[in-house]
Design a protein around this ligand. Structure first.
Ligand code: BES
Ligand code: ZN
Length: 850
């Protein structure tokens, strides 16, 4: 039940807890609707604290008994927790509570999924398991005994005893409660083994439900690669005798880094060539790495409070990106990350939900696991590394691990490590953590008397709560090209620290062509008025793979904007440039596939809005369709060659080389479908022997408004497989024509297999509706109303997943008055729903600007 007035928590109000925890002993007596949790916790007064109120968090708990030093006590209990008088010296707190995992649909705390018990405690779920100071700066060792008649009983740490119907686990590493985990079920292990560089033998297991055994091999290999990589690159070894991963079907997020017992959404770990796409494999490899890397960046060194979330998430995303670059292709990964940042973080940072990488206040912390904290947080670390250099970065990280192991830290601690390593004053750099909004960097050039001058300007638009912005430190990587395409100046990092700054280059024979923001060296919007001829030149010659791709992207964006605004025809510079790139067999197929990508509809809407126009989703959709059709015709003669280049010999492997070929082949098939009406796609569907090809072919057919038979066949073939059925649901919504989208989504929600309480299935349909730009923004508001209906329905069941999906409305002020009014009305309808969760009510009120 929601408080009458929602409370806001502020960073500036942080105070340490009055007590420290020496040890935690928990006993679980598992029962679907009446699990008993007995806790025995040794506290001592915290010498560093001034405030000594003994408050333990606790929600949805039935307190059975409580005692201090063995004497029964009667605490003051509210729906948030309890307070009680305690001695001014070390004492033992004991409590017994009863909880109902069988009715826990929010998937936070201890809950059940297909008969399996499992937990999700980050950020504040442990308080739904027992009374505890549920805050990340309270760290303790844990011993856990599980009593239950299920064959597999798991918790954190090392196994320390087991018998018929029970198991005990001991975690020697002090940790905050959010890293606690318990799993109990009828599970099968896919085993593995790893020996650390200092010779510790680690037993690895990937635990799955019967039937999923065939989908474990890839995840296990990814885990071993991650363990090795963290030793090789960061010198970080694993620190327990066992590492368990469990796959669970009902999970709000992708995965969770609980100490020694990672819990994964089954979609983020289970894979086989027949059921998973290349993109699934790549994501799984990255998520396994991410959660594993948290063992050092998150677990051994954790966050003082949740405002410091980027300390672990930004850093761990940065580390998993480095891992993916090393395992696959660095330029391809960098381009994917820029696409992703622009698609998810820029809209957040330039709308009503904008917040700093380190927020200063929140109502519900679950709402701050955002693209800004994660992806911009990772970009900030990338900038820091670029500014101090690779060697200093490595030294700073060594110092971070040495100085802060076992601690709960802040961003100030993190920055200090870099200052101490380099002697550099990073005060201004810290603005990246405190200032919200995407900086815009504008470029002007001058060539006079043999001196080439680049003048860079920065400005950041006002964001909620921040009107005045200070200049930030922006590393702008720049290279210069000569007229024949040679690089006359290699990449150099310009440090833009002022609102406006000029940089001079001498010794040049002629005015060069600049390549600016190479490798996407900062998460900014670059505004540089250049001719399409210059873009085409960069597309042909830039030695920086990111900027070469960016040149093509800018050409595509420019032609699309002119098609929308001036009814222009597709631009020849773009089409010819693309053709030249596609012809270049020396270029990685994955890279050429990326070159075929276009800005998303929503990105185009943002660009139109920024230029003072009101985006019309249908015109955007039409422009993209027209450009695609023109592209297909323009590269027509090349398509057979692209198809043959995309052929893969030998058995399926989800590696970078094969996936790149398939990506190029898929892009070529999509273009071919525009010319042959789907003949080749239908054949490809029939021949597909892996999910990547099968799904590509099916999506081409659906986009061509064909594929009814294939869709039905797909259903019959994969009906038994939950993860593949999510694709079946999602693809239909993603590929539906704009007018049809709300109806398709609506009728899929009536399907017998639409289990809306499962977050993956809910996202497959309702999430896909929100992602289908022209379909969601149908002028009659049907898309908005359908989304709002489902948000209202899901909220009492699963607030976290509901709240995350509210962000579909965050761009509402970009659109015309009619659409704005339709969206505002739906947001208000959600906002006015009785007993709305704190999660969802915070989101809708921020989006509405209340
Ligand atoms: N610690 C998070 C999981 C989490 C998020 C728990 C929000 C509770 C609330 C985990 O490390 C994570 O970041 N997972 C990501 C995937 C990752 C590859 C970025 C996720 O679940 O999406
Ligand atoms: Zn994480």
């Amino acid at each position: 039940m929601r408080d009458a007035a929602p409370t806001t928590i502020y960073l500036k109000d942080y105070t340490p807890f009055g007590y420290l925890v020496n040890s935690v002993h928990l006993t679980f007596d598992l029962a679907d609707h009446a699990t008993r949790v007995t806790s025995r916790i040794a506290f001592r007064p915290n010498p560093d604290a001034t405030e000594r109120t003994f408050f333990l968090h606790g929600e949805d708990l039935a307190l059975i008994s409580a005692s201090i030093n063995g004497a029964e006590v009667t605490p003051d209990v509210t729906d948030k927790g309890l307070t009680v008088d305690v001695p001014d010296e070390p004492f033992i707190w004991e409590a017994e509570v009863e909880i109902d995992p069988g009715n826990n649909t929010a998937l936070e705390g201890l809950y059940m999924s297909n008969g399996m018990y499992c937990t999700q405690c980050e950020a504040e779920g442990f308080r739904k398991i027992t009374y505890y100071p549920d805050r990340p700066d309270v760290m303790s060792t844990f011993t856990v005994r599980i009593n239950g008649d299920l064959p597999v009983l798991l918790s954190n740490g090392n196994p320390s005893g087991k018998g018929e119907g029970w198991a005990e686990w001991t975690d020697p590493w002090p940790k905050p409660a959010y890293l606690f985990a318990l799993v109990a079920g009828d599970l099968i292990a896919h085993p593995g083994q790893f020996t650390t560089k200092s010779g510790r033998d680690v037993e690895l297991n990937l635990w799955v439900r019967p039937g999923d055994e065939g989908k474990c091999a890839f995840g296990m290999e990814a885990l071993k690669k991650s363990m090795k990589w963290d030793e090789d690159v960061y010198g970080r070894e694993y620190d327990l005798d066992v590492f368990n991963i469990v796959a669970v079907d009902d999970f709000n997020m992708g995965a969770m880094e609980n100490k020694g017992l990672n819990i994964f959404n089954s979609s983020a770990v289970l894979a086989s060539p027949e059921t998973s796409t290349d993109a699934n494999f790549e994501r799984i490899e990255a998520i396994i790495a991410h959660e594993y890397f948290h063992n050092w960046t998150g677990n051994r060194i954790t966050c003082r409070d949740w405002f410091q979330l980027c300390l672990k998430e930004g850093l761990t995303v940065f580390r998993d990106a480095q891992f993916t670059s090393d395992m696959r292709s660095a330029p391809v990964k960098r381009i994917h990350d820029a696409i992703d940042l622009r698609a998810r973080q820029f809209p957040e940072d330039n709308g009503p939900l904008s917040h700093p990488v380190r927020p200063e206040s929140f109502q519900e912390i679950n709402n701050f696991y955002t693209a800004t904290v994660y992806e911009k947080g990772a970009e900030v670390i990338g900038m820091l590394k670029r500014l101090v250099g690779d060697d200093a970065y490595a030294k700073a990280l060594d110092l971070y691990f040495e100085r802060h192991d076992g601690q709960a830290c802040t961003i100030e601690d993190w920055i200090k490590v870099f200052e101490d390593t380099t002697g550099r004053d990073l005060t201004q750099f810290q603005r990246w953590y405190s200032q919200s909004g995407t900086p815009r960097v504008t470029v002007s050039e001058n060539w006079a008397d043999g001196i080439y001058t680049l003048t860079l300007n920065q400005r950041t638009e006002p964001t909620p709560g921040q009107n005045e912005k200070q200049p930030q430190v922006i590393p702008v990587a720049v290279g210069l090209l000569g007229a024949n395409g040679d690089e006359v100046r290699q990449t150099e990092v310009l440090e833009l620290t002022e609102a406006e700054q000029s940089f001079q280059f001498t010794g040049l024979a002629a005015k060069p062509t600049p390549s600016i923001l190479r490798d996407f060296s900062a998460p900014v919007i670059l505004e540089h008025d250049v001719s399409n001829a210059e873009r085409a030149f960069l597309l042909a010659h830039d030695t920086d793979p990111f900027n070469r791709w960016q040149a093509g992207r800018s050409l595509a964006q420019d032609t699309l904007l002119r098609m929308i605004l001036d009814d222009a025809a597709p631009d020849a510079d773009y089409l010819d440039g693309l053709l030249a790139v596609l012809r270049d067999v020396d270029l990685d197929p994955a890279y050429r596939a990326l070159m075929l990508g276009l800005p998303t509809q929503s990105e185009l809407a943002a660009s139109l809005f920024e230029r003072g126009h009101t985006p019309d989703p249908m015109m955007i959709w039409t422009a993209i369709e027209t450009l695609r059709q023109a592209t297909a015709q323009h590269v027509q003669d090349l398509l057979p060659r692209l198809h043959s280049e995309a052929l893969v010999d030998g058995p399926y492997a989800p590696d970078a080389a094969q996936s790149g070929k398939r990506a190029l082949g898929s892009a070529a098939l999509a273009l071919t479908t525009r010319l042959d009406g789907g003949a080749m796609a239908a054949e490809a569907y029939g021949n597909a022997d892996n999910m990547t090809l099968q799904l590509t072919a099916l999506s081409c057919l659906l986009r061509a408004r064909k594929g009814e038979a294939e869709l039905a066949a797909f259903y019959r073939q994969w009906q038994h497989d939950r993860l593949v059925m999510d694709k079946w649901f999602g693809l239909q919504v993603a590929m539906a024509g704009p007018e049809a989208t709300p109806g398709v989504a609506q009728s899929l929600t009536q399907h017998a297999d639409f289990n809306w309480k499962n977050p993956n299935r809910f996202r497959a349909v309702v999430g896909a509706l929100a992602m289908n730009h022209a379909g969601f923004h149908q002028p009659d508001g049907a898309g908005y109303a359908l989304l709002a209906d489902w948000l209202i329905r899901l909220d009492p069941v699963n607030p976290q997943t509901t709240a995350r999906m509210c962000s579909a409305f965050q761009t509402w002020k970009r659109y015309d008055a009619d659409r704005q009014e339709l969206m505002r009305a739906q947001l208000s309808r959600v906002a006015e729903t009785p007993n709305l969760s704190r999660d969802t009510s915070e989101m809708v009120s921020r989006i509405l600007g209340a």
